[in-house]
Design a protein around this ligand. Structure first.
Ligand code: SF4
Length: 211
């Protein structure tokens, strides 16, 4: 038990980079969390409702955060291709630059990357199992990447023009998913027990690219 406690205390200390008083580079911690999420989310999750769920805020608070990020030109709204009544929140080039240069968690990313690929994969898998356990005891996982989701399926052999770029299909949204989209976060994610669809080489490429 002392070892368990020590591990959890270290985890909490690492997570402190996420929460702070006041602001860093003009954004409060929740605004950073929102910008970071929107920079990594797929097209189904870049909505005000999904954002509110991810950051654990009311829709009114999430809407205020979106306005702040828009004012700073870090975010823009575009009509959704999936649902004409909704909007998709898109991180602008300026927002991406701000994330890459000033995101408070960049120090943690660099520290984890310095562990090397194998350790990084082990850490990812261990934390993933911990979160699965929390998920099973009622604290649901907020979001994870498409490639590990039970709704992701192979699309089958290409037969038409539009199929060249869509290797997969989402069985929940009944929509095509391109290979590069399988690395993005989704708030409708449901974990699958196996990981057969995309080979482990992608893990190594992700660690190398620190994505
Ligand atoms: S396959 Fe899963 S993670 Fe991917 S878009 Fe569909 S619900 Fe979201």
């Amino acid at each position: 038990m002392p070892l368990t406690r020590e591990a959890v205390e270290l985890l909490v200390q690492a997570a402190r980079a996420l929460y702070f008083e006041g602001n860093q580079h003009g954004l409060r911690d929740r605004e950073w969390m929102a910008l970071r999420f929107l920079g990594r989310a797929n097209r189904f999750s870049r909505t005000p409702t999904a954002l509110a769920g991810f950051i654990g805020a009311t829709k009114a608070t999430a809407s205020q955060i979106v306005k702040t990020l828009e004012k700073k030109s870090y975010l823009s709204r575009k009509p959704s291709h999936e649902d004409k009544r909704s909007v998709v929140l898109c991180v602008t080039a300026q927002g991406e630059k701000c994330l890459s240069q000033h995101d408070p968690i960049n120090h943690v990313l660099n520290a984890v990357a310095s562990l090397g690929t194998e350790e990084c994969i082990k850490l990812r898998d261990s934390l993933s199992r911990v979160l699965n356990h929390l998920d099973a005891t009622h604290q649901r996982l907020n979001a994870s990447i498409c490639r590990d989701c039970m709704f992701l399926a192979d699309r089958g052999p290409a037969t038409g023009k539009g199929r060249a770029t869509a290797e997969f299909i989402c069985r929940l949204y009944r929509a095509p998913i391109a290979l590069e989209e399988t690395e993005l976060l989704c708030t409708s994610f449901e974990r699958t027990g196996d990981r057969p669809k995309i080979n482990e080489q992608t893990d190594r490429e992700r660690v190398a690219g620190q994505v």
